[in-house]
Design a protein around this ligand. Sequence first.
Ligand SMILES: [Zn+2]
Ligand SMILES: [Zn+2]
Length: 131
Amino acid sequence: MDCPVCKNAMITLELEDVEIDYCTDCGGIWLDAGELELLLNAPDKAKGLLDSFRIDSESDEKIRKCPICDKKMQKIVVGSSKPVLLLDKCRRGDGLWFDKGELQDIFDRAKLDKDDKIQKLLSDMFGYNQV
Ligand SMILES: [Zn+2]
Ligand SMILES: [Zn+2]
């Protein structure tokens, strides 16, 4: 699968039995549909977060194409706190694209435990700053 941002081949990593696609060039991450829920591993928290997703039609961020179906993705705003977090979502529902740091941001917003193991894994694997 190619990175929707820099078009380089992504590598597949395993994070808590969930396969994620990671671009070593830009640090972006692709999650197939349902994988975010698996990673959040807390149905109530995941639901609250996913319910907060809404389509942003005013963003001037560059439109990206889905690495699976090659169709233009939608901009999705997550939550209401500023600065807003903007994700790219396939209209067919293939999955979600996270720019560098955005996946970590999602976990911050889901208010998981500070020492949540996914948070730790993310910082170990991608060198994100520990919160
Ligand atoms: Zn990339
Ligand atoms: Zn797609």
